[in-house]
Design a protein around this ligand. Structure first.
Ligand SMILES: C[S@@+](CC[C@H](N)C(=O)[O-])C[C@H]1O[C@@H](n2cnc3c(N)ncnc32)[C@H](O)[C@@H]1O
Length: 244
């Protein structure tokens, strides 16, 4: 049984991995992982030992790197293009170009991260393939709310499944438990933070005002903080990337 205590994801520190990549994108994710799934991946990897983990959709190697944090696990990463910027060799990461579904080791995986085309077709076919081979591990499906096709795949999955978005990627992170081996726990604090985040998504500034209003911070300081946040949002929109 694997017990996922979602509160613990926040305490994961990925900065020890910085020296293993030349990608500025990956470095950014390691230092500022908020809204991304890398801490969650590292946390799940830390709960497994001597496990085979598939990372399908290598891209620059960020997810493979996060998963590699537990050295006892072997990360088998696949892409159809060579874009990886990891400073190889990394002892527990194997990079492959090709079709992961044809890899016979898939059945031995405790965890598979699927983060590829997001057209819904590849994902649906891959899940059917896992059912056909009798897969009993965990599948993390990234970007489950990215587009209507991914939403449809997520909705259609008739297996034990958990929406881990608030501990993962803000475009949606789903966990499918093929072998019924996972327990997910959320503390009171976690549930209350999740409520605040949900409210923040609908109405960011009102939420910040309300939450800061619960503290003893003077009104003038709250107004100043809100101005800084507005400035951050506007700057991010102009430069097309997150500042922090
Ligand atoms: C969103 S990126 C993956 C990001 C990466 N997992 C991370 O978190 O750092 C998607 C990647 O999937 C790759 N891809 C697309 N179709 C694929 C397939 N059938 N098999 C493996 N990789 C694929 C793309 O080339 C691209 O690099």
């Amino acid at each position: 049984m694997i017990k996922l205590e979602l509160d613990k994801v926040n305490f994961i520190d990925l900065t020890s991995l910085l020296e293993k990549t030349s990608s500025s994108h990956t470095k950014n994710f390691l230092v500022y992982p908020q809204g991304e799934h890398y801490k969650l991946l590292a946390y799940i990897s830390s709960l497994l030992n001597n496990a085979v983990i598939f990372d399908i959709g290598t891209h620059h190697g960020s997810s493979a790197l996060a998963l590699s944090v537990n050295k006892t696990n072997k990360i088998i990463s696949y892409d159809i293009l060579n874009q990886c910027e990891l400073l190889m060799p990394i002892s527990n990461i194997e990079l492959n170009i090709g079709n992961a579904a044809e890899d016979k080791r898939l059945i031995d995986a405790s965890l598979i991260l699927l983060d590829t085309a997001h057209d819904g077709i590849y994902e649906a076919n891959f899940i059917v393939h896992l059912l056909n081979i009798g897969y009993k591990g965990i599948l993390i499906l990234d970007d489950i709310f990215l587009c209507p096709e991914m939403k449809a795949v997520w909705k259609a999955i008739d297996l034990p499944k958990y929406d881990l978005t608030y501990a993962g990627h803000n475009t949606g992170t789903g966990l499918i438990d093929f072998g019924n081996n996972v327990i997910v726990t959320e503390s009171e604090k976690w549930l209350s933070d999740k409520k605040i985040l949900k409210s923040f998504e609908k109405n960011p500034f009102e939420t910040i005002k309300t939450e800061l209003g619960k503290t003893s911070i003077p009104k003038e300081i709250i107004t100043y903080i809100l101005k800084c946040i507005v400035l951050k949002f506007e700057t991010e929109k102009n430069i097309g990337r997150k500042l922090f």
